[in-house]
Design a binder for this molecule. Structure first.
Ligand code: ARG
Length: 418
Protein backbone atom coordinates (compact mmCIF):
# COMPACT_ATOMS: atom_id res chain seq x y z
CA UNK A 1 0.00 0.00 0.00
CA UNK A 2 1.20 3.44 -0.87
CA UNK A 3 1.97 5.84 1.97
CA UNK A 4 1.29 8.89 -0.17
CA UNK A 5 -1.99 10.75 -0.37
CA UNK A 6 -4.13 10.23 -3.45
CA UNK A 7 -5.87 12.40 -5.97
CA UNK A 8 -8.53 11.37 -8.48
CA UNK A 9 -8.02 13.04 -11.87
CA UNK A 10 -10.71 13.38 -14.55
CA UNK A 11 -8.83 11.84 -17.45
CA UNK A 12 -9.69 11.99 -21.14
CA UNK A 13 -6.63 10.12 -22.37
CA UNK A 14 -5.43 13.08 -24.43
CA UNK A 15 -2.19 15.03 -24.23
CA UNK A 16 -3.20 17.57 -21.61
CA UNK A 17 -4.56 15.19 -18.99
CA UNK A 18 -1.68 12.77 -19.55
CA UNK A 19 0.76 15.58 -18.86
CA UNK A 20 -1.36 16.43 -15.82
CA UNK A 21 -0.82 12.95 -14.32
CA UNK A 22 2.94 13.47 -14.26
CA UNK A 23 2.75 17.13 -13.28
CA UNK A 24 0.60 16.35 -10.24
CA UNK A 25 2.92 13.56 -9.15
CA UNK A 26 5.90 15.90 -9.35
CA UNK A 27 4.31 19.01 -7.92
CA UNK A 28 2.11 17.58 -5.20
CA UNK A 29 3.85 14.25 -4.53
CA UNK A 30 0.49 12.50 -4.68
CA UNK A 31 -0.52 9.17 -6.18
CA UNK A 32 -2.86 9.66 -9.11
CA UNK A 33 -5.99 7.61 -9.78
CA UNK A 34 -7.51 8.45 -13.16
CA UNK A 35 -11.21 8.46 -13.90
CA UNK A 36 -12.39 8.29 -17.51
CA UNK A 37 -16.08 8.75 -18.04
CA UNK A 38 -18.01 7.54 -21.06
CA UNK A 39 -20.79 9.98 -21.85
CA UNK A 40 -20.94 8.94 -25.46
CA UNK A 41 -17.68 10.27 -26.92
CA UNK A 42 -15.77 7.20 -27.94
CA UNK A 43 -12.49 8.87 -28.83
CA UNK A 44 -9.88 7.78 -26.32
CA UNK A 45 -11.96 5.43 -24.23
CA UNK A 46 -10.58 2.03 -25.25
CA UNK A 47 -7.00 3.14 -24.69
CA UNK A 48 -7.51 5.42 -21.73
CA UNK A 49 -6.98 2.83 -19.03
CA UNK A 50 -3.76 1.50 -20.53
CA UNK A 51 -2.47 4.97 -21.32
CA UNK A 52 -3.16 6.22 -17.79
CA UNK A 53 -1.23 3.32 -16.26
CA UNK A 54 1.62 3.86 -18.75
CA UNK A 55 1.91 7.48 -17.72
CA UNK A 56 2.13 6.45 -14.08
CA UNK A 57 -1.35 6.37 -12.56
CA UNK A 58 -1.66 3.84 -9.70
CA UNK A 59 -5.18 2.94 -10.83
CA UNK A 60 -7.30 3.79 -13.86
CA UNK A 61 -11.06 3.61 -13.74
CA UNK A 62 -13.38 3.78 -16.71
CA UNK A 63 -17.07 4.35 -16.06
CA UNK A 64 -19.94 4.01 -18.52
CA UNK A 65 -22.18 6.90 -17.47
CA UNK A 66 -24.27 7.18 -20.62
CA UNK A 67 -27.60 6.13 -19.08
CA UNK A 68 -27.13 8.40 -16.10
CA UNK A 69 -26.09 11.29 -18.29
CA UNK A 70 -29.14 10.98 -20.50
CA UNK A 71 -31.74 10.22 -17.83
CA UNK A 72 -30.61 12.67 -15.17
CA UNK A 73 -29.10 15.48 -17.23
CA UNK A 74 -30.15 15.53 -20.91
CA UNK A 75 -33.82 14.58 -20.53
CA UNK A 76 -34.50 17.04 -17.70
CA UNK A 77 -32.91 19.84 -19.77
CA UNK A 78 -34.98 18.84 -22.81
CA UNK A 79 -38.19 18.74 -20.75
CA UNK A 80 -37.30 22.21 -19.47
CA UNK A 81 -36.69 23.43 -23.02
CA UNK A 82 -33.37 24.85 -21.78
CA UNK A 83 -31.30 26.47 -24.53
CA UNK A 84 -28.60 28.88 -23.39
CA UNK A 85 -29.18 32.25 -25.07
CA UNK A 86 -31.76 30.54 -27.27
CA UNK A 87 -29.02 28.66 -29.06
CA UNK A 88 -26.83 26.22 -27.14
CA UNK A 89 -28.33 22.90 -25.94
CA UNK A 90 -25.73 22.84 -23.14
CA UNK A 91 -23.99 19.53 -23.90
CA UNK A 92 -20.72 20.44 -22.19
CA UNK A 93 -22.43 22.30 -19.36
CA UNK A 94 -24.68 19.31 -18.59
CA UNK A 95 -21.75 16.88 -18.53
CA UNK A 96 -19.70 18.77 -15.95
CA UNK A 97 -21.85 18.28 -12.87
CA UNK A 98 -21.98 14.54 -13.57
CA UNK A 99 -18.18 14.40 -13.82
CA UNK A 100 -17.95 16.38 -10.56
CA UNK A 101 -20.22 13.85 -8.84
CA UNK A 102 -18.30 10.83 -10.15
CA UNK A 103 -14.96 12.43 -9.16
CA UNK A 104 -16.19 12.97 -5.63
CA UNK A 105 -17.63 9.43 -5.36
CA UNK A 106 -14.44 7.88 -6.70
CA UNK A 107 -12.29 9.97 -4.36
CA UNK A 108 -14.33 8.79 -1.39
CA UNK A 109 -14.00 5.18 -2.49
CA UNK A 110 -10.23 5.48 -2.79
CA UNK A 111 -9.84 7.47 0.41
CA UNK A 112 -8.48 10.40 -1.63
CA UNK A 113 -8.75 13.89 -0.22
CA UNK A 114 -8.19 15.66 -3.53
CA UNK A 115 -9.61 15.63 -7.04
CA UNK A 116 -8.20 17.18 -10.21
CA UNK A 117 -9.41 18.35 -13.60
CA UNK A 118 -7.79 19.71 -16.74
CA UNK A 119 -9.57 23.06 -17.08
CA UNK A 120 -7.79 26.33 -17.72
CA UNK A 121 -8.53 29.48 -15.75
CA UNK A 122 -10.45 31.11 -18.56
CA UNK A 123 -13.54 29.06 -19.22
CA UNK A 124 -16.84 28.10 -17.70
CA UNK A 125 -15.92 24.49 -17.06
CA UNK A 126 -13.56 25.17 -14.16
CA UNK A 127 -16.42 27.00 -12.44
CA UNK A 128 -18.84 24.13 -13.05
CA UNK A 129 -16.38 21.56 -11.70
CA UNK A 130 -15.26 23.56 -8.70
CA UNK A 131 -18.71 24.69 -7.63
CA UNK A 132 -20.10 21.17 -8.08
CA UNK A 133 -17.25 19.53 -6.17
CA UNK A 134 -17.32 22.05 -3.34
CA UNK A 135 -21.08 21.68 -3.01
CA UNK A 136 -20.97 17.88 -2.93
CA UNK A 137 -17.79 17.53 -0.84
CA UNK A 138 -16.94 20.76 1.00
CA UNK A 139 -13.56 19.59 2.35
CA UNK A 140 -12.23 18.23 -0.93
CA UNK A 141 -9.06 19.83 -2.32
CA UNK A 142 -9.17 20.70 -6.01
CA UNK A 143 -6.08 20.63 -8.19
CA UNK A 144 -6.26 22.20 -11.65
CA UNK A 145 -2.85 21.82 -13.36
CA UNK A 146 -3.77 23.84 -16.46
CA UNK A 147 -4.96 26.72 -14.28
CA UNK A 148 -2.02 26.57 -11.91
CA UNK A 149 0.67 26.15 -14.56
CA UNK A 150 -0.68 26.91 -18.02
CA UNK A 151 1.25 25.26 -20.85
CA UNK A 152 0.88 26.08 -24.53
CA UNK A 153 0.43 23.09 -26.77
CA UNK A 154 4.12 23.11 -27.70
CA UNK A 155 5.14 23.31 -24.04
CA UNK A 156 2.87 20.38 -23.24
CA UNK A 157 4.43 18.37 -26.09
CA UNK A 158 7.93 19.22 -24.83
CA UNK A 159 6.95 18.26 -21.30
CA UNK A 160 5.55 14.96 -22.57
CA UNK A 161 8.70 14.19 -24.54
CA UNK A 162 10.94 15.07 -21.61
CA UNK A 163 8.96 12.76 -19.36
CA UNK A 164 8.70 9.92 -21.83
CA UNK A 165 4.94 10.22 -22.17
CA UNK A 166 3.92 8.45 -25.34
CA UNK A 167 1.26 10.57 -26.93
CA UNK A 168 0.08 10.72 -30.51
CA UNK A 169 0.54 14.36 -31.43
CA UNK A 170 0.53 13.87 -35.16
CA UNK A 171 -3.17 14.63 -35.42
CA UNK A 172 -2.69 18.27 -34.59
CA UNK A 173 -6.04 20.03 -34.54
CA UNK A 174 -6.35 23.79 -34.37
CA UNK A 175 -9.53 23.42 -32.31
CA UNK A 176 -10.37 22.84 -28.70
CA UNK A 177 -13.28 20.44 -28.56
CA UNK A 178 -15.47 18.71 -26.04
CA UNK A 179 -18.05 16.08 -26.85
CA UNK A 180 -20.65 13.79 -25.38
CA UNK A 181 -23.87 12.22 -26.65
CA UNK A 182 -25.76 15.51 -26.41
CA UNK A 183 -23.38 17.47 -28.60
CA UNK A 184 -19.97 18.60 -29.66
CA UNK A 185 -18.43 21.97 -28.71
CA UNK A 186 -15.69 23.48 -30.87
CA UNK A 187 -13.68 26.61 -30.19
CA UNK A 188 -10.35 28.26 -31.11
CA UNK A 189 -8.67 28.21 -34.52
CA UNK A 190 -9.84 30.49 -37.30
CA UNK A 191 -13.27 31.07 -35.76
CA UNK A 192 -11.81 33.21 -33.01
CA UNK A 193 -12.37 35.95 -35.57
CA UNK A 194 -16.14 36.41 -35.33
CA UNK A 195 -16.29 37.54 -38.97
CA UNK A 196 -14.80 34.30 -40.32
CA UNK A 197 -17.17 31.56 -41.44
CA UNK A 198 -16.36 28.36 -39.52
CA UNK A 199 -14.08 26.19 -41.66
CA UNK A 200 -15.67 22.96 -42.85
CA UNK A 201 -13.14 20.84 -40.94
CA UNK A 202 -14.51 22.15 -37.64
CA UNK A 203 -17.53 19.90 -38.16
CA UNK A 204 -17.42 16.16 -37.62
CA UNK A 205 -20.96 15.05 -36.86
CA UNK A 206 -22.83 16.92 -39.58
CA UNK A 207 -22.53 17.03 -43.34
CA UNK A 208 -22.61 20.40 -45.00
CA UNK A 209 -26.33 21.08 -45.68
CA UNK A 210 -25.41 21.86 -49.32
CA UNK A 211 -24.20 18.28 -49.65
CA UNK A 212 -27.07 16.70 -47.72
CA UNK A 213 -29.46 14.34 -49.56
CA UNK A 214 -31.87 15.95 -51.95
CA UNK A 215 -34.75 13.89 -50.55
CA UNK A 216 -36.35 14.80 -47.23
CA UNK A 217 -36.56 12.11 -44.56
CA UNK A 218 -39.59 11.83 -42.28
CA UNK A 219 -39.24 10.43 -38.79
CA UNK A 220 -41.68 9.91 -35.92
CA UNK A 221 -40.73 10.59 -32.33
CA UNK A 222 -42.81 9.42 -29.41
CA UNK A 223 -42.70 11.13 -26.03
CA UNK A 224 -43.97 10.08 -22.62
CA UNK A 225 -44.31 12.92 -20.12
CA UNK A 226 -41.81 14.96 -22.11
CA UNK A 227 -39.26 12.13 -22.42
CA UNK A 228 -38.47 10.65 -25.86
CA UNK A 229 -39.17 6.91 -25.76
CA UNK A 230 -39.43 5.72 -29.36
CA UNK A 231 -38.09 6.50 -32.81
CA UNK A 232 -40.12 5.41 -35.83
CA UNK A 233 -42.25 3.13 -33.71
CA UNK A 234 -39.34 1.29 -32.06
CA UNK A 235 -38.94 1.71 -28.28
CA UNK A 236 -35.40 2.75 -27.47
CA UNK A 237 -33.35 3.55 -24.40
CA UNK A 238 -32.09 7.13 -24.18
CA UNK A 239 -28.46 6.69 -25.25
CA UNK A 240 -29.42 4.53 -28.26
CA UNK A 241 -32.14 6.95 -29.35
CA UNK A 242 -29.81 9.94 -29.16
CA UNK A 243 -26.95 8.13 -30.92
CA UNK A 244 -29.27 7.01 -33.73
CA UNK A 245 -30.78 10.45 -34.12
CA UNK A 246 -27.35 12.12 -34.18
CA UNK A 247 -26.49 9.88 -37.09
CA UNK A 248 -29.75 10.41 -39.01
CA UNK A 249 -30.04 14.17 -38.46
CA UNK A 250 -26.27 14.75 -38.84
CA UNK A 251 -26.58 13.11 -42.28
CA UNK A 252 -29.07 15.85 -43.23
CA UNK A 253 -26.77 18.63 -42.03
CA UNK A 254 -28.95 19.40 -39.02
CA UNK A 255 -27.67 20.84 -35.75
CA UNK A 256 -24.87 23.23 -36.68
CA UNK A 257 -24.91 26.16 -34.29
CA UNK A 258 -22.68 29.22 -34.55
CA UNK A 259 -22.92 31.23 -31.35
CA UNK A 260 -21.13 34.21 -29.84
CA UNK A 261 -21.95 33.52 -26.24
CA UNK A 262 -21.64 35.34 -22.95
CA UNK A 263 -19.32 33.34 -20.77
CA UNK A 264 -19.74 33.29 -17.05
CA UNK A 265 -16.25 34.72 -16.56
CA UNK A 266 -17.30 37.89 -18.36
CA UNK A 267 -15.96 37.45 -21.88
CA UNK A 268 -17.80 36.82 -25.11
CA UNK A 269 -16.60 33.77 -26.98
CA UNK A 270 -17.34 32.39 -30.42
CA UNK A 271 -18.34 28.75 -30.12
CA UNK A 272 -19.53 26.29 -32.71
CA UNK A 273 -21.74 23.40 -31.71
CA UNK A 274 -22.95 20.28 -33.41
CA UNK A 275 -26.05 18.84 -31.80
CA UNK A 276 -28.17 17.05 -34.41
CA UNK A 277 -30.26 14.92 -32.04
CA UNK A 278 -30.78 17.72 -29.52
CA UNK A 279 -31.89 20.09 -32.29
CA UNK A 280 -34.53 17.66 -33.60
CA UNK A 281 -35.71 16.70 -30.11
CA UNK A 282 -36.09 20.32 -28.94
CA UNK A 283 -38.18 21.15 -32.00
CA UNK A 284 -40.33 18.05 -31.61
CA UNK A 285 -40.82 18.54 -27.87
CA UNK A 286 -41.85 22.15 -28.39
CA UNK A 287 -44.37 21.05 -31.03
CA UNK A 288 -45.86 18.52 -28.64
CA UNK A 289 -46.11 21.10 -25.86
CA UNK A 290 -47.97 23.39 -28.26
CA UNK A 291 -50.93 21.00 -28.21
CA UNK A 292 -50.59 19.70 -24.63
CA UNK A 293 -50.03 22.88 -22.60
CA UNK A 294 -52.36 25.80 -22.08
CA UNK A 295 -51.33 29.29 -23.13
CA UNK A 296 -50.30 30.53 -19.65
CA UNK A 297 -48.42 27.29 -19.01
CA UNK A 298 -46.50 27.71 -22.28
CA UNK A 299 -45.68 31.35 -21.54
CA UNK A 300 -44.57 30.65 -18.00
CA UNK A 301 -42.54 27.64 -19.05
CA UNK A 302 -40.47 29.70 -21.46
CA UNK A 303 -39.50 31.94 -18.53
CA UNK A 304 -38.54 28.86 -16.53
CA UNK A 305 -36.54 27.54 -19.50
CA UNK A 306 -34.41 30.67 -19.62
CA UNK A 307 -33.66 30.56 -15.89
CA UNK A 308 -32.99 26.84 -16.06
CA UNK A 309 -30.52 27.27 -18.93
CA UNK A 310 -28.65 30.11 -17.21
CA UNK A 311 -28.45 28.11 -14.01
CA UNK A 312 -27.01 25.05 -15.78
CA UNK A 313 -24.61 27.19 -17.81
CA UNK A 314 -23.46 28.94 -14.65
CA UNK A 315 -22.52 25.66 -12.97
CA UNK A 316 -25.26 25.74 -10.35
CA UNK A 317 -26.67 22.26 -11.01
CA UNK A 318 -26.52 21.26 -7.34
CA UNK A 319 -28.31 24.38 -6.11
CA UNK A 320 -31.69 24.48 -4.43
CA UNK A 321 -32.93 26.81 -7.17
CA UNK A 322 -32.20 24.14 -9.76
CA UNK A 323 -34.29 21.67 -7.76
CA UNK A 324 -37.15 24.15 -7.57
CA UNK A 325 -37.13 24.76 -11.31
CA UNK A 326 -36.91 21.03 -11.98
CA UNK A 327 -39.92 20.39 -9.74
CA UNK A 328 -41.96 22.84 -11.81
CA UNK A 329 -40.75 21.35 -15.08
CA UNK A 330 -41.54 17.83 -13.88
CA UNK A 331 -45.08 18.78 -12.96
CA UNK A 332 -45.58 20.65 -16.25
CA UNK A 333 -44.83 17.53 -18.30
CA UNK A 334 -47.60 15.27 -16.94
CA UNK A 335 -49.68 15.55 -20.12
CA UNK A 336 -46.82 16.02 -22.62
CA UNK A 337 -47.18 12.58 -24.21
CA UNK A 338 -47.73 11.85 -27.87
CA UNK A 339 -46.12 11.59 -31.26
CA UNK A 340 -44.46 14.16 -33.51
CA UNK A 341 -43.63 13.72 -37.17
CA UNK A 342 -40.51 15.61 -38.24
CA UNK A 343 -39.23 16.36 -41.71
CA UNK A 344 -35.44 16.42 -41.97
CA UNK A 345 -34.11 18.22 -44.98
CA UNK A 346 -30.90 20.09 -45.78
CA UNK A 347 -30.05 21.51 -42.38
CA UNK A 348 -33.67 21.94 -41.26
CA UNK A 349 -35.84 19.92 -38.89
CA UNK A 350 -39.49 20.93 -38.99
CA UNK A 351 -42.59 19.45 -37.50
CA UNK A 352 -45.16 18.26 -40.03
CA UNK A 353 -47.64 16.63 -37.67
CA UNK A 354 -48.38 16.17 -34.00
CA UNK A 355 -50.87 14.11 -31.98
CA UNK A 356 -51.53 13.30 -28.35
CA UNK A 357 -54.21 11.55 -26.30
CA UNK A 358 -54.14 14.70 -24.12
CA UNK A 359 -54.28 17.18 -26.98
CA UNK A 360 -56.00 20.49 -26.24
CA UNK A 361 -56.22 21.14 -29.95
CA UNK A 362 -59.89 20.63 -30.79
CA UNK A 363 -60.68 20.44 -34.49
CA UNK A 364 -64.40 21.11 -34.03
CA UNK A 365 -63.54 24.37 -32.26
CA UNK A 366 -60.80 25.39 -34.72
CA UNK A 367 -62.45 24.51 -38.04
CA UNK A 368 -63.91 27.00 -40.51
CA UNK A 369 -65.72 24.14 -42.26
CA UNK A 370 -68.69 21.89 -41.50
CA UNK A 371 -68.97 20.74 -37.90
CA UNK A 372 -67.89 24.04 -36.32
CA UNK A 373 -68.87 23.96 -32.65
CA UNK A 374 -67.45 27.33 -31.68
CA UNK A 375 -70.19 29.65 -30.43
CA UNK A 376 -69.76 32.70 -32.69
CA UNK A 377 -72.38 34.71 -30.78
CA UNK A 378 -70.37 34.41 -27.56
CA UNK A 379 -67.67 36.53 -29.25
CA UNK A 380 -69.79 39.70 -28.92
CA UNK A 381 -69.87 39.58 -25.13
CA UNK A 382 -66.25 38.53 -24.92
CA UNK A 383 -65.09 41.46 -27.06
CA UNK A 384 -67.28 43.83 -25.04
CA UNK A 385 -65.51 42.92 -21.81
CA UNK A 386 -62.04 42.38 -23.24
CA UNK A 387 -62.07 45.87 -24.79
CA UNK A 388 -63.71 47.58 -21.83
CA UNK A 389 -60.49 48.97 -20.21
CA UNK A 390 -59.35 50.46 -23.54
CA UNK A 391 -62.71 52.13 -24.13
CA UNK A 392 -62.80 53.60 -20.62
CA UNK A 393 -59.26 54.88 -21.00
CA UNK A 394 -59.90 56.58 -24.30
CA UNK A 395 -62.96 58.27 -22.79
CA UNK A 396 -61.24 59.68 -19.70
CA UNK A 397 -57.63 60.09 -20.84
CA UNK A 398 -58.10 61.39 -24.36
CA UNK A 399 -55.52 64.19 -23.92
CA UNK A 400 -52.55 62.10 -22.71
CA UNK A 401 -53.37 59.29 -25.14
CA UNK A 402 -53.45 61.47 -28.25
CA UNK A 403 -51.08 64.29 -27.33
CA UNK A 404 -49.00 64.78 -30.47
CA UNK A 405 -46.12 66.29 -28.47
CA UNK A 406 -45.46 63.05 -26.68
CA UNK A 407 -42.14 61.52 -27.69
CA UNK A 408 -43.38 58.08 -28.63
CA UNK A 409 -46.43 58.26 -30.80
CA UNK A 410 -48.61 55.19 -31.05
CA UNK A 411 -51.19 56.72 -33.38
CA UNK A 412 -49.90 57.50 -36.90
CA UNK A 413 -50.14 61.31 -37.51
CA UNK A 414 -52.13 61.09 -40.76
CA UNK A 415 -54.87 59.13 -39.02
CA UNK A 416 -54.82 61.57 -36.13
CA UNK A 417 -55.17 64.52 -38.56
CA UNK A 418 -58.09 62.89 -40.36
N1 ARG B 1 -18.75 27.21 -24.36
C1 ARG B 1 -19.32 25.97 -23.96
C2 ARG B 1 -19.68 25.94 -22.52
O1 ARG B 1 -19.25 26.76 -21.79
C3 ARG B 1 -18.44 24.80 -24.32
C4 ARG B 1 -17.07 24.75 -23.74
C5 ARG B 1 -16.43 23.48 -24.15
N2 ARG B 1 -15.07 23.48 -24.37
C6 ARG B 1 -14.43 23.46 -25.56
N3 ARG B 1 -13.21 23.09 -25.53
N4 ARG B 1 -14.97 23.76 -26.66
O2 ARG B 1 -20.41 25.10 -22.08
Amino acid sequence: MSEKGKVVLAYSGGLDTSVAVRWIQETYKLDVVTLTIDMGAQKYLENARRRALDVGAIAAEVVDARETFVNYFCWPALRAGALYEDAYPLATALGRPLIAKLLVDTAKRHGARAVAHGCTGKGNDQVRFDVGIKTLAPGMKIIAPARECYMTRDEAINYAQKHNIKIDVTKKSPYSTDENLWGRSIECGAMEDAWIEPPEDAYQWTVNPCQAPDEPQYIELEFEKGVPVALDGADMDGPSLIAKLNEIAGGHGIGRIDHVENRLVGIKSREIYEAPAAKVLYEAHKALESICLTRPAQRFKSLVAEKYADNVYDGLWYSGFHQDLTAYVHSSQRAVSGTVRMKLYRGGAVKTGVKSPYSLYNKSLATYDEGDEFDHRAADGFIELHGLPSRIQSRFQQGPLQNSEQKVQTIPPEIEAG
